[in-house]
Design a protein around this ligand. Structure first.
Ligand SMILES: *Cc1c(COP(=O)(O)O)cnc(C)c1O
Length: 464
């Protein structure tokens, strides 16, 4: 040992690169023309015209060599494929539920679940419902309620588990609405609340309250491994436990789960619904056959089931998870040092920029997230996602109101980018910060009736 003084070394990407995908380089001038042709909507860009794509971490993971090999062992039999049994065993190894139904995405699992549990007058509490979960609940006539702790709504709070459910409010909610509540949901990590984790103690608390009121407890487990590693790092008594044991404890508390394999299963497509209740699972299987497929493939090809099975073995690798959470923390620390306001602490899968605080000269109804996202693209070829008044500001009657916050999300695809990509992103911010007072707002020139952020056309307002 040469160095007597122990230094904290850089946490390296815990993988080597075996297959590469070239990035098509563009200039700022080209990008300025491309975004104008896209009516200043980043969803309308071709991904070939993006250098660093941080639009989402969903379905964008890099598969490992072993996962690629698993694709070839996929068995495409209609019924009873061994791929299904490998998938089912891998899920049950981490999440000990009795019934596992493969679906093509997380939202298909939600649609099946709430076609059975939803309905007019029903009320479903969660910490924060993800937008597809909310959509699937509301589509049945039921209502989705968010009961996250107060710290979860404060972008400056450094609470270690800002995704926690407010147990006092949950207890009161169930006491008041008990009969109208078909299940209690909990999203780990809390995506809509900034990718913030939920503690094991809180998960146990939710389970106990749900049990006491005789209501099933369903976990939206999309980022379960990131959540488990936060528990290991931050929760008293958990630091020496294997992540796999923590994962099993999390799901051991629940009666079922919905999952998007496009997140913490390293897959490009897929999901599942898992349940313990035999009658509910039987009803779900009947729906699955109608809308997705036969129960041993659901909405997936055999090869996808094998990629998920292998992905689940890889996602709980603690070297990977340490690197994964460090990536967001590293970008967050460097942006904070530049004076860029972000949601703190950084979550597991993304860094959220507070555009309203960064660009106080742009009022919410001129969409401060939009000029920031456009500037990131023109300046650096970086694609991000506005999560603010563009996404949430339209009301059914055609009027508009500012969203609670105007955020821009930099979502980090799993195992795709290296530290030099992260350093590049930070460098682009150095230039943006110097120039931020020259950014001006946008108006919406055209928008559809619903989900306007995907297809709206924008026009820049003149610089002040
Ligand atoms: C992505 C996501 C979903 C929906 O999954 P899809 O595979 O995109 O349909 C549900 N809940 C959370 C928390 C998610 O992040």
């Amino acid at each position: 040992m040469i160095d007597r003084v122990k230094r904290d070394r850089v946490i390296i990407e815990p993988f080597r690169i075996k297959a590469v995908e070239p990035i098509r380089m563009t200039t700022g001038e080209e990008r300025a023309a491309l975004i104008e042709a896209a009516d200043f909507n980043l969803f309308a860009l071709k991904s070939d015209d993006v250098l660093i794509d941080l639009l989402t971490d969903s379905g964008t993971s890099a598969m490992s060599a072993v996962q690629q090999a698993a694709l070839l062992s996929g068995d495409e039999s209609y019924a009873g494929s061994p791929s299904f049994f490998r998938f089912e065993a891998a899920v049950k190894d981490l999440m000990p539920f009795k019934h596992v139904l493969p679906t093509h995405q997380g939202r298909a699992a939600e649609a099946i679940l709430f076609s059975l549990l939803g309905g007019a007058g029903r009320k479903v509490p969660s910490n924060n419902h993800f937008d597809t979960t909310r959509g699937n609940i509301e589509a049945t006539g039921a209502a989705a309620h968010d009961l996250v702790i107060a710290e979860g709504l404060d972008s400056e709070s450094l609470h270690p588990f800002k995704g926690n459910m407010d147990l006092v409010r949950l207890e009161a909610f169930l006491t008041q609405h008990g009969a109208a509540v078909p299940c209690v949901m909990l999203t780990v990590t809390n995506n809509a609340g900034g990718g913030q984790p939920v503690s094991l103690a809180n998960i146990r608390g939710v389970a106990e309250i749900a049990r006491h009121h005789g209501r099933p407890f369903i976990i939206d487990g999309c980022r379960f491994a990131e959540n488990a590693y936060f528990i290991k790092q931050r929760e008293a008594g958990q630091g020496d436990r294997p992540v796999k044991d923590i994962v099993r404890d999390i799901f051991g508390e629940a009666d079922g789960m919905t999952m998007s394999a496009k997140k913490d299963a390293f897959a490009n497509i897929g999901g599942w619904l898992a349940l313990n209740d035999d009658a509910l699972a039987q009803a779900a299987r009947s729906r699955l056959i109608l809308t997705e497929g036969f129960p041993t493939y659901g909405g997936l090809a055999g090869r996808d089931l094998d990629a998920i099975a292998q992905g689940l073995r890889e996602i709980i690798d603690e070297n990977y998870l340490r690197y994964r959470l460090r990536t967001c923390a590293y970008i967050g620390e460097r942006l904070t040092a530049l004076g860029v306001p972000i949601v703190k602490p950084t979550g597991g899968h993304a860094v959220f920029l507070d555009a309203r605080r960064m660009l106080p000269h742009i009022p919410p109804l001129e969409y401060p997230g939009q000029p920031l996202a456009v500037a990131l693209y023109v300046e650096g070829g970086i694609r991000s996602c506005e999560i603010g008044t563009v996404m949430f500001g339209a009301r059914p009657d055609g009027s508009e109101a500012p969203a609670a916050m105007d955020l821009v999300r930099l979502a980090i695809p799993r195992r795709v980018y290296t530290q030099s990509h992260a350093d590049y992103v930070v460098e682009v911010f150095e230039d943006l910060v110097a120039d931020k007072n020259n950014l001006s707002g946008y108006r919406i020139h055209w928008q559809p009736a619903a989900m306007r952020h995907f297809t709206a056309k924008f026009r820049p307002l003149q610089a002040a």
